[in-house]
Design a protein around this ligand. Structure first.
Ligand SMILES: [Zn+2]
Length: 316
């Protein structure tokens, strides 16, 4: 008889399930985007590097500003057309990081980083995907003001979804960096690791960037072998999550362990070890005797781990 605890309803994955219709066909129409920006229904998220500017509220903050409110805070470094929400235009209004930092002194505003906003639930959940979209694209613009091909200045076009180089005519598109994040298991146990960057009690899935010329499955095999010395067999896809820190796409997987002896790469990880389903259950419930935890529900790692404990993983 299983005495598995009831983990309650599955929480929503952060930054995902965007309600924005990106309306990519409109991006080439500069006059239409300008008309959208002048419309009374238009709204903008004000972002400076890692800082998200919000109107202070209780219990949650309001991150959406009217276009004139956003402009009054600071002229935009870049303006991104994010798309339409129920027909209403939404924009990313980029400001310099130091400008956003200076806005922290304004009593009517709350300025903080997106991780804190997501983990602490500081805005309505539907705002997280468009903020993630705007933050990632604005980050890309801030680092592509000059052409990597010839060094000339580039110009924002297509509502912020392209930069053109007038000198060498190269077109530059915003990039997304794929990362595999995987839970390797041998049936009864799963492998978790600790990065030195984690809070002291947290253990999570192993993860790493997919390299050029590498499949998702190859990356899962390589990263698990490199970081923990474990050889994986079959790999199954679970779900993905945009991760705008700065521009990643997390590709969640489950992998089947075919070896069991862990050899930790101490350059990458502080530690790695096997966990039983019972122990993971206590971590998910925040009842672990040593206070060990899994990542919060905003992160895909939480969902990957929970699916395994819930016996939802099938390799055949
Ligand atoms: Zn160029």
């Amino acid at each position: 008889m299983s005495s598995r605890p009831d983990f309650g309803p599955k929480p929503r994955l952060g930054y995902s399930d965007s309600r924005i219709e990106r309306a990519a066909e409109l991006r080439v129409d500069a006059s239409a985007i300008e008309a959208f920006a002048r419309g009374k229904d238009a709204g903008a998220y004000v972002i400076g590097g890692d800082w998200i500017v919000m109107k202070k509220g209780s219990p949650i903050n309001e991150p959406l500003f009217s276009m004139s409110e956003a402009q009054a805070l600071s002229p935009a470094t870049e303006m991104i057309f994010l798309g339409l929400l129920d027909g209403k235009p939404r924009f990313g209004h980029g400001v310099e990081p130091q400008t956003a930092d200076a806005l922290k002194s304004r009593g009517e505003l709350h300025v903080t980083d997106l991780r804190s906003i997501a983990v602490q639930g500081l805005v309505a959940p539907d705002h997280l995907p468009p903020i993630a979209e705007a933050k990632a694209v604005l980050h890309w613009h801030a680092r592509h003001r000059f052409c990597p091909n010839c060094g000339a200045a580039t110009a924002l076009v297509c509502g912020g979804w392209k930069r053109d180089c007038a000198q060498c005519k190269t077109e530059h598109f915003p990039r997304t960096d794929p990362v595999v994040i995987m839970l390797t298991s041998d049936g009864e146990r799963c492998l978790l690791g600790r990065s030195p960057r984690f809070v002291p009690t947290m253990w999570s899935c192993l993860a790493g960037f997919v390299e050029p010329g590498e499949s998702m499955e190859d990356a899962v095999h390589r990263e698990t072998r490199e970081e923990a010395g474990i050889t994986c067999g079959r790999v199954v896809y679970f779900a993905s999550q945009p991760w705008p820190f700065p521009t990643s796409l997390m590709i969640g997987c489950h992998a089947e362990a075919v070896t069991h002896e862990i050899v930790v790469d101490r350059e990458e990880l502080e530690d790695a070890r096997w966990f039983s389903k019972d122990e993971i259950g206590t971590m998910l419930m925040r009842r672990h005797p040593q206070g060990l935890t899994t990542p919060p529900p905003v992160a895909i790692a939480h969902h990957i781990i929970r699916a395994w404990v819930d016996d939802e993983v099938r390799f055949d």
